[in-house]
Design a protein around this ligand. Structure first.
Ligand code: PGA
Length: 255
């Protein structure tokens, strides 16, 4: 593992799951069960907005970081239903997922909106986790590299190399999300190599794999040097599987 990229990173994306009380209970259990893991693996949980405050209260300044699943690019303003970076910062949020394929598909989030959000996150001190990925058709046509490199370049337009190096990119093939299908580890690692080469600074940034990552397939993915961790949906909702993923990520580190 390239030590310059630091610890492995496992991000739990809860999507539209867990009430505030469930989130709080999960965070308490995770905190007490993960003490031996957090030195080697950075853990982030991304609850829905309605559970952020309850989870923040549990995680406070501890070793597990809080993330949000999206945000608006503005600071304040007439944007009904939106949440800004300063509002997230006020709750103790440190990471924000931007451009998840579900937001691109269901909420019309464009490459240029993702780019504006990346700039806003950096300006207000949040670490963006930028999701990119190709559709099943693009994958079948051999267009995955081209697609994710274009998305990555668009997301980072106008971002300097040093700032880009502080960001996280998540390569999430859309056909693998929630489907039980997982990209072949060597192929995912090659695509991630292409992502790193697309934007100056990303050779130093953490790049994750996402899409049906489970304890059973994680070790093979983490054995690939370019994969720094995972953006995890379904398997992040159960404490045991989330902890098993963190343990698998820890084992990739040389002692
Ligand atoms: P999944 O979701 O792990 O349930 O496939 C990953 C994601 O959408 O971030």
């Amino acid at each position: 593992m390239n030590r310059a990229r630091g610890r492995a990173l496992i991000v739990g994306n809860w999507k539209m799951h867990k009430m505030a009380g469930e989130g709080r209970a999960f965070a308490e259990a995770l905190l007490s069960r993960s003490a031996s893991l957090t030195e080697a693996v950075e853990l982030v949980v991304c609850p829905p907005f309605t559970a952020l405050a309850a989870v923040a209260e549990v995680l406070r300044e501890g070793p597990i970081a809080l993330g949000a699943q999206t945000m608006h690019q503005g600071e304040f303003g007439p944007f009904t239903g939106e949440i800004s970076a300063p509002m997230l910062r006020e709750l103790g949020v440190r990471y924000v997922v931007l451009g998840h394929s579900e937001r691109r598909a269901f909420c019309g989030e464009t490459d240029s909106a993702v780019n504006a959000k990346v700039h806003a996150a950096l300006r207000f001190g949040l670490v963006p986790i930028i999701a990119v990925g190709e559709t099943a058709d693009e994958h079948a046509q051999g267009l995955a590299h081209e697609r994710v490199r274009a998305q990555t370049r668009a997301a980072f337009a106008g971002v300097g190399a040093d700032a880009a190096a502080t960001c996280v990119v998540a390569y999430e093939p859309i056909w693998a999300i929630g489907s039980g299908l997982v990209d072949e580890p060597y192929g995912a690692a090659r695509t991630i190599g292409g992502i790193r080469a697309a934007v100056p600074g990303l050779e130093r940034a953490r790049v994750l794999y996402g899409g049906s990552m489970k304890p059973a397939n994680a070790a093979a993915l983490f054995a690939e040097e370019p994969i720094d961790g995972g953006l995890v949906g379904g398997a992040s909702l159960e404490l045991e599987s989330f902890i098993a993923l963190a343990a698998a990520a820890r084992h990739r580190l040389p002692l």
